[in-house]
Design a protein around this ligand. Structure first.
Ligand code: SF4
Length: 226
């Protein structure tokens, strides 16, 4: 199976996406772009994907359509996926999960071509929007814990996307001190009628975050005037 070249609102540092685990993601976020395609199959490991040749020099988002570390993904599937990609040490692999507390047991110290990222859309929990995901505060704490237990050469990022209305002081406090190399910020690009913060609040947040991290503004923030 071929890798999928970056498209749409994907990060500009990603060259390709690759989804060996497919099907309905149990996190069930209301804004998930996969919902645009209608009813999804049950989650499964597509063994054919484990024959994909992965060229060196690429940066591949593993699990862009289904969170590889969601609680219902069996350990065996995750191990098989990581075992396969360890054949390609000259390729960068990007893992983004809303369940970072599950990642640590699967990492090896030599996985320095991996980047770990967690999505934290806001400091608040919006039950009708965030589905079955861990609370943002718990994601941040898990990421902090993960960083101090894994090889420090493995980079860590946070993504605030789709940005949801937040409490500035509480949100900055939640993120301050997290050992991240980058914070990516993006907006909903699916017309999901989300509770978005006003432009002024986003500018204030970016300014606060830039005190301790490199902030990468995604192009889809332009709709909110940023
Ligand atoms: S975690 Fe990602 S893939 Fe899973 S439902 Fe939420 S947006 Fe979709």
């Amino acid at each position: 199976m071929p890798l999928n070249p970056r498209s749409g609102d994907m990060y500009d540092f990603i060259s390709h996406t690759w989804n060996p685990v497919k099907g309905k993601c149990s996190h069930d976020c209301a804004y998930c772009y996969m919902k645009r395609w209608g009813k999804q199959n049950p989650i499964h490991l597509d063994e054919k994907e484990l024959k994909t040749y992965i060229y060196q020099g690429l940066t591949i988002f593993v699990g862009s359509s289904c969170d590889l570390f969601a609680d219902d993904v069996p350990d065996e599937w995750i191990k098989k996926v990581l075992h396969y990609i360890r054949n390609f040490p000259y390729t960068e692999f990007f893992f983004q999960s809303k369940n970072p507390k599950r990642i640590l047991p699967f990492l090896y110290p030599a996985d320095t071509n991996f980047t770990i990222c967690t999505t934290i859309e806001t400091n608040r929990f919006y039950p009708g929007i965030m589905g079955n995901t861990p609370y943002p505060k718990d994601r941040a704490e898990a990421l902090y814990d993960l960083y101090y237990k894994m090889d420090p050469r493995i980079p860590v990022q946070i993504t605030i996307e789709p940005i949801l209305d937040f409490d500035t002081k509480k949100f900055v406090t939640m993120l301050y001190g997290l050992p991240v190399s980058h914070i990516n910020i993006g907006a909903d690009s699916g017309n999901n009628n989300l509770p978005e913060p006003p432009r002024k609040k986003i500018i204030e947040l970016i300014s606060e975050l830039e005190r301790f991290a490199d902030v990468h503004k995604k192009k889809n923030l332009r709709r909110l005037g940023i």
